[in-house]
Ligand binder design. Structure first.
Ligand code: MRU
Length: 365
């Protein structure tokens, strides 16, 4: 990530073997940067479910590449693609990019003959990744205007608070919530990021802090409960988070704890923005609380903490054996608490009118 941010990718086809898709094993960051090879679609399902890869856009891209791998394997590649699609759709329920990517690739599969199946699915997976980079840059340009406006009004750094990792690691490059920050930093704006730790999996401390550090962006790690305190003391100028699914009406599902940040921002008059690629909008869903499935994950994510000690990996238990645990991975922030949505086509209000203003082709859906 240090050499050229432009060339960074979170998933790519091996240049030496077109039967191998490479990913970064994000479970090992920030202590070890390790790449991991996917040879079969089932390994793609495992990579999504076990969070080698995570973040809505990257989950979708991994699904697309997994379908390509399915098309290369077995005597009956079409059946293999269908089986893979079914299994991928069950791997993580909240991010709608998964369904979007699977449906897009299946549509291509349905329109080509057997001989072209694998090459066409490969092209489609590449296209999804390339488009995602352009979309992230579009979000970056839209959000940059907001940061510029704050910088013009104040002395000292623009303090951005973010939750989880909606960074380059969650997309193909640049991220969603981080893209405006990266562009602001590149043009010399004094920008500083408060990074929520993001329990239980610590995507903030392990991923966001790492990637901001790699790109030289000033940042400070805070525990999840510190955000409200910082806002009360005027130390947050803007909150920017990502989202796994945005309803047609502007409700947003994102990493657990996002809703509490939105409440604190609302109480303190801090603008709360959500950055999203249009691939994250569920145009069929009007009510986030009723309509967005919230993933519940393994209780061990709560009862255990993973880390590094003296060069080795350690996992420690933090609870008494048998403690009952719930592990909700996402929550829904209602549109009324969202100041605006930052998309690749510009910034809009968190509402159906706002979204349709930017995406009028969806009016009929
Ligand atoms: O459980 P994760 O790590 O997949 O959750 C990721 C998030 O909540 C991100 O904010 C979201 O996917 C947006 S990524 C651009």
């Amino acid at each position: 990530m240090t050499d050229s941010h432009d060339d960074f990718r979170t998933i790519w086809l091996s240049p030496d073997d077109d039967g191998v898709v490479r990913i970064i094993d994000q479970r090992k960051l920030p202590h070890v940067y390790a790449e991991h090879d996917l040879h079969r679609w089932s390994e793609g399902v495992e990579a999504i479910a076990d969070m080698y890869v995570r973040g809505a856009p990257l989950i979708g891209a991994t699904a697309a590449w997994s379908l390509y791998l399915a098309a290369r394997h077995g005597a009956y590649p079409r059946q293999e693609v269908e089986m893979a699609a079914e299994s991928l759709l069950e791997s993580r329920p909240t991010a709608v990019n998964l369904r979007w990517a699977v449906e897009r690739v299946l549509a291509v599969a349905g329109s080509v003959d057997d001989a072209s199946l694998a090459p066409r699915l490969r092209d489609e997976a590449e296209a999804i990744c390339n488009e995602d980079v352009e979309i992230s840059l579009g979000i970056g340009r839209s959000g940059l205007e907001l940061i510029r406006a704050i910088a013009a009004e104040k002395e000292g750094p623009v303090n951005v608070l973010t939750h989880c990792n909606a960074g380059a690691l969650a997309t193909i490059n640049w991220g969603t919530a981080t893209a405006p920050v990266y562009l602001a930093h590149a043009e010399g704006i004094d920008v500083h990021v408060w990074v929520d730790e993001t329990r239980p999996r610590n995507q903030g401390s392990q991923l966001t802090a790492w990637e901001l550090g790699q790109r030289g962006v000033p940042h400070t790690l805070i525990v999840d409960n510190a955000g409200g305190h910082l806002m009360q003391h005027g130390r947050v100028d803007i909150v920017i988070t990502g989202t796994d699914r945005t309803t047609r009406t502007g409700d947003v599902a994102n990493k657990i704890g996002t809703y509490l940040k939105a409440l604190a921002a609302h109480d303190n008059g801090v603008p709360f923005y959500v950055a999203l690629p249009s691939t994250t909008i569920d145009w069929q869903c009007r009510d986030g609380l009723a309509g967005i499935p919230i993933e519940e994950r393994d209780p061990r994510e709560v009862s255990q903490i993973y880390g590094e000690l003296d060069g080795g990996t350690v996992v420690v238990n933090t609870t008494a054996p048998g403690t009952p645990i719930s592990n909700y991975a996402f929550d829904v922030t209602p549109a009324r608490l969202v100041t605006g949505l930052i998309t690749e086509r510009g910034v809009c209000s968190a509402s159906e009118e706002g979204l349709l203003g930017l995406f009028p082709e969806r009016a009929a859906a």
